[in-house]
Design a protein around this ligand. Sequence first.
Ligand code: TYD
Ligand code: MG
Length: 488
Amino acid sequence: MARAQSRYVCQSCASAFLRWEGQCRACGAWNSLVETVVRDEPRTGRVGSGSGTGTGIAAPVALLDLADAAVARLQTGIGEADRVLGGGLVPGSVVLVGGEPGVGKSTLLLQLAAGLVRRALASGAPAGVEPTVLYASGEESTGQVRLRAMRLGLLAGPAAAAVRVVAESEVGRIAELARGERPVALIVDSVQTAVVDELDGPPGSVGQVRESALRLTELAKRDGIAVILVGHVTKDGSIAGPKTLEHLVDAVLSLDGDRAAGLRVLRGTKNRFGSTDEVGVFEMGEEGLIELPDPARAFMGDHVEEAAGSVVAATLEGSRTLLVEVQALVAPGGPVPRRTASGLDPSRLALLIAVLGRRAGIGLASHDVYANLAGGLRVDDPALDLPLAIALASSLRDRPVRSGTVAFGEVGLLGELRSVSGFDRRLREAARLGFTRAVVPQAARSRTERPPEGMEIVGVATLRDALAAALAPGPTVGDARPEPVRAR
Ligand code: TYD
Ligand code: MG
């Protein structure tokens, strides 16, 4: 085996130093030195070259002669997870599952491990691997993992024997165990606790996280074992190890949701083997994560009609339409008004506040504004603009949205409404869930094939018209009329 020692390598100019320093002496970049293992012999048998050539150098192959990469995927036994993965786990791939602490990553992965072995036992593991899953826990003791397994009802059934747990965080030993066991998948929970013996840095440091991921990637490619890494996401949303992991792995999934609400959304943010649009929706219950059979209405919260500041939006997440309740609360604020957005883009909120003020007579400049999506969902569909604007106006005017109304559409800087993709799909889903009126951009309306039965489509061209169409007539009609603006 190659002997290894570590150096501190600048991430911006690649100079190597023996000691860590705050600033790179070569290029002057700050905090750019990362402890890195340097091998004094070249790596043999490069990743993906296949084994047995001896020289470790892969010969180029003509396009026509390249081996077919269509591989049988491993079904995880969890439909929503398979769907987000693009049809199942690819043998030999590396998947990073990120999420905030406590969101349910360990729970999901233990359930996934059980599902994988159940499927592998039923339909046979791919050649060269055993129908087992190795779960390396660096965060919890084996006793804690057992407790969770008991809660998930996994101590009976095939998973009880075929999911093998080890409390180990040193990557060399984990890899050795995996080579011995030859499981279909190796789960490392988490990459922030994983360490490589040759590095001095503490677990979770960039050097350790990156080198651990590199070595596990090598294991995955060379031995055909799928590797799933758990990564904690920091407050700002990045998977620690400053995003350095995302380009190393084949797929990045993130699990999020409101911890109190119980709903969890699994989505792909990168996937070399499938689309990144798909979402999986779960509910965290007493016995772990349960797939929701009809997630379309999961995010409507306890939507009460006739409540000012609430409107249901039809949003698209990949091939799925989700109806989401958008809530807004505006209240007179101090000299520096607060703007709080949860589940939606704060800069979009700021922009809509400005457009509402300038183009629709809804002045919020001196108001505190809170906006959020029910169920802890995060959405960045531009079609959320119109419902968000309606919710804000509804709260300010204290006028509820007319009953049975759903809305979607993008808002431009001039207060004009723009068409969005998936128009008919959004309408169909809203109709299925009992909505009878849709306030939508006029441009899209004229392009629609045939509106769903029983659905009144109100096409509007401007934000001002949209508010008039969406809000119920107020008791104080005089007050409710938009503030006059000079003719353009
Ligand atoms: P966990 O999987 O440990 O989260 P992570 O690995 O992302 O840090 O799950 C944490 C929460 O999930 C914990 O607060 C307990 C809750 N939970 C349930 O509600 N039901 C269950 O069946 C399990 C196993 C956990
Ligand atoms: Mg955990």
